[in-house]
Design a protein around this ligand. Structure first.
Ligand code: GLN
Length: 496
C-alpha cells in the first residue's frame, strides 16, 4: 500500500495546504524510513531533530495561510552544499568536522520556500566519479536490484546508484526523501537519476548560484533537482534558482514559473537526433529505448530532425583535462590550515603534504595530478589551451544544431547501473559513462534525464533532453511528454 513517503512533492503540497496532512507527520514518516534504510548508506548526516523543528514551523506557517512553494516538504541536500552549523564533508576525509558558518544560496532558497531538511547525502569524493564509490564514507547502494540476481542467477552484487549525486538518487528512489539537490559537472545529476529511475535536471550554467557549493570545476558545476516526477523537478528548480550577487557567474534573469510550462502541447516542436551519439557497440537496449523515445515524441506531434554534433568525440578528452585542471586549482585550499583535517609534520610544508596525502582519496589525487600536469608551463598550450578550444567548438556545434531544432533527444547513459566494484580498476571505463552528458556541461546548456524504461534485467534506463540556454521550460514540457508516454511506474520496492 502506498504510504506517506510515496507521495510526490506536488501531491504532498496539495494535502498540506488542504490541511489533510501535517508536515510533522510527513517528516516523521521520512525520518522513520531513513532509519530503516541505513544499509543503502545514502546519507552521511541525518538531521532528524532539525527536520522536526522545521516541520513544526512549516505547520505553523500553513495554519496561518502563509507558506511558501515548498512549505513542509522534506528534502535531502547533497553533502557538497554548505549548511550552516551542519557537518559538510564533500565525502572527503580532508573536510573532517567542517561545520560551515554559512548556508549555500541554493539550500537557503529552499528553506526560504519552506522546505524541511532531512540530512546530507553521500556522494563521490568532491563529486568526482560516476558511481558513488569514491566516498570516504563508503559506497552507496542502489535500491534497485537486477532481476536475475533476485532469481538467484547472475551477478548478485549490489549496484551503484550512479554518481556523483548517488546518495541523493538512492534517497529519493528509496522514498527516504521527497526530492534532493544534486550537482552536475559532467553528468552527476542526470546519470544517477537514470540509474535510479528518477528525473534529474542540470540547469543552464548560471541559473543556480554556486555560492556555498564546494567547488569541483567552477566553469562546469551546476546545482539542480532530483525528484520522482517532472512536475516535482519544476517545483524544486523554481525555488533553487535565483540571481545571486555573491556568484559572479549567476545570471540576472527572472526565474520563470516552471510549473506553468507543464501540460502544454509539443505539437510542431522539432527535436534533434545527433548522429554522433549513435556509438559503435552501444547496448541494443539503449538504442531501442532511444528509438522508442523518438516514436513517443512523434506520436505527440513533434517532428524529428537529423542533426550533427561533429566534435562530440573530443568531448570526453576535453572534459577530463578541463575538469581536473579546475579541480586541482580549487582543491589547493585544503592545506590543513583553514578547514577540516590537519596531519602534523616536521615543517609547514610537511604538514601540508601529510594532510593532503591522508585527506584525499585515490581518485581525487589522480585528478589533482592530471590537473597540475596539464596546467604546468610546458604543457599548458598542448593540453589545457587545446581542450578549451575544443570546448568552444562543442558549444558551436550546439548553436548550429539549434538552428534546426528546439531540443535534442539522446540516451542519458550508455548502460544501466553496474555492480559496485565492477569498473573500480579501470578509470577510463568509468569515465566513458559520461559520454552523453559531458557535452552539455562543456556548452553550459540545460539537460534533463527522464526515466523511460527498464533494461532486460529490470533496471531503470533514462532518456536525456538537452535544451537551449535558459530554456528549461521547453525541457520540462517535453520531459513531461516522455514521462507520460513511458508511464514508468516500477519502483525499487516492488522490484525488490
Ligand atoms: N563523472 C564525472 C566526473 O567524474 C562527472 C562528475 C560530476 O558531474 N560531478 O568528473
Amino acid at each position: 500500500m502506498a504510504g506517506l513517503t510515496d507521495l510526490t512533492i506536488a501531491e504532498a503540497r496539495a494535502q498540506l495546504r488542504a490541511r489533510k496532512l501535517s508536515s510533522r507527520e510527513l517528516t516523521q514518516a521520512h525520518v522513520d524510513a531513513m532509519a530503516r534504510a541505513r544499509e543503502l548508506n545514502a546519507y552521511i548526516t541525518e538531521t532528524p531533530e532539525k527536520a522536526l523543528t522545521m516541520a513544526e514551523a512549516a505547520d505553523k506557517a500553513l495554519k496561518a495561510g502563509d507558506g511558501g512553494v515548498l512549505t513542509g516538504i522534506p528534502l535531502a541536500i547533497k553533502d557538497l552544499f554548505c549548511t550552516e552549523g551542519v557537518l559538510t564533508t564533500a565525502a572527503s576525509h580532508i573536510l573532517d568536522g567542517f561545520k560551515p558558518p554559512y548556508e549555500s544560496t541554493v539550500s537557503a532558497n529552499l528553506w526560504k520556500a519552506g522546505a524541511v531538511m532531512l540530512g546530507k547525502t553521500n556522494l563521490d569524493e568532491f563529486a568526482m566519479g560516476s558511481s558513488n564509490t569514491t566516498s570516504y564514507y563508503g559506497p552507496v547502494h542502489n535500491p534497485w536490484r537486477r532481476k536475475s540476481s533476485k532469481e538467484g542467477r547472475g551477478d548478485n552484487r549490489p549496484l551503484v546508484p550512479g554518481g556523483s549525486s548517488g546518495g541523493s538518487a538512492a534517497a529519493v528512489a528509496a522514498r527516504i526523501a521527497m526530492g534532493a539537490t544534486g550537482t552536475d559537472t559532467g553528468g552527476s545529476i542526470r546519470q544517477p537519476a537514470a540509474f535510479c529511475g528518477l528525473v534529474g535536471l542540470k540547469p543552464t550554467y548560471g541559473r543556480c548560484s554556486r555560492w556555498g557549493v564546494v567547488a569541483f570545476a567552477s566553469s562546469l558545476d551546476q546545482a539542480g533537482p532530483m525528484t520522482r516526477t517532472v512536475r516535482d523537478a519544476a517545483i524544486m528548480l523554481g525555488s533553487m534558482a535565483s540571481h545571486d550577487p555573491k556568484d559572479s557567474t549567476s545570471v540576472p534573469r527572472p526565474v520563470p514559473n516552471y510549473e506553468a510550462a507543464l501540460g502544454q502541447s509539443i505539437k510542431g516542436l522539432r527535436f534533434g537526433i545527433p548522429k554522433e551519439y549513435r556509438l559503435d557497440g552501444m547496448a541494443p537496449e539503449i538504442e531501442k529505448l532511444w528509438q522508442q523515445g523518438i516514436a513517443w515524441l512523434k506520436a505527440a506531434g513533434a517532428e524529428p530532425v537529423d542533426i550533427s554534433l561533429p566534435h562530440t568525440k573530443h568531448a570526453l578528452p576535453a572534459y577530463y583535462i578541463i575538469a581536473p585542471a579546475e579541480a586541482s586549482s580549487n582543491l589547493a585550499r585544503y592545506d590543513g590550515v583553514r578547514f577540516g583535517l590537519r596531519v602534523p609534520g616536521d615543517s609547514l610544508d610537511g604538514m601540508y603534504e601529510n594532510t593532503r596525502a591522508k585527506g584525499f582519496g585515490a581518485e581525487v589525487r589522480r585528478r589533482v595530478l592530471i590537473g597540475t600536469y596539464v596546467l604546468s608551463a610546458g604543457y599548458y598550450d598542448a593540453y589545457y589551451l587545446k581542450a578549451q578550444r575544443v570546448r568552444t567548438l562543442i558549444a558551436r556545434d550546439f548553436t548550429e544544431a539549434y538552428k534546426k531544432c528546439d531540443v535534442i533527444l539522446t540516451p542519458t547513459a550508455p548502460s544501466a547501473a553496474f555492480a559496485i566494484g565492477e569498473k573500480a580498476d579501470d578509470p577510463i571505463a568509468m569515465y566513458l559513462n559520461d559520454v552523453f552528458t559531458v557535452t552539455v556541461n562543456l556548452a553550459g546548456l540545460p539537460g534533463i534525464s527522464v526515466p523511460a524504461g527498464l533494461s532486460a534485467d529490470g533496471l531503470p534506463l533514462g532518456l536525456q533532453l538537452i535544451g537551449r540556454a535558459f530554456d528549461e521550460e521547453t525541457l520540462f514540457r517535453v520531459a513531461e511528454m516522455v514521462e507520460q508516454a513511458a508511464n514508468f511506474t516500477a519502483t525499487p520496492s516492488l522490484n525488490g
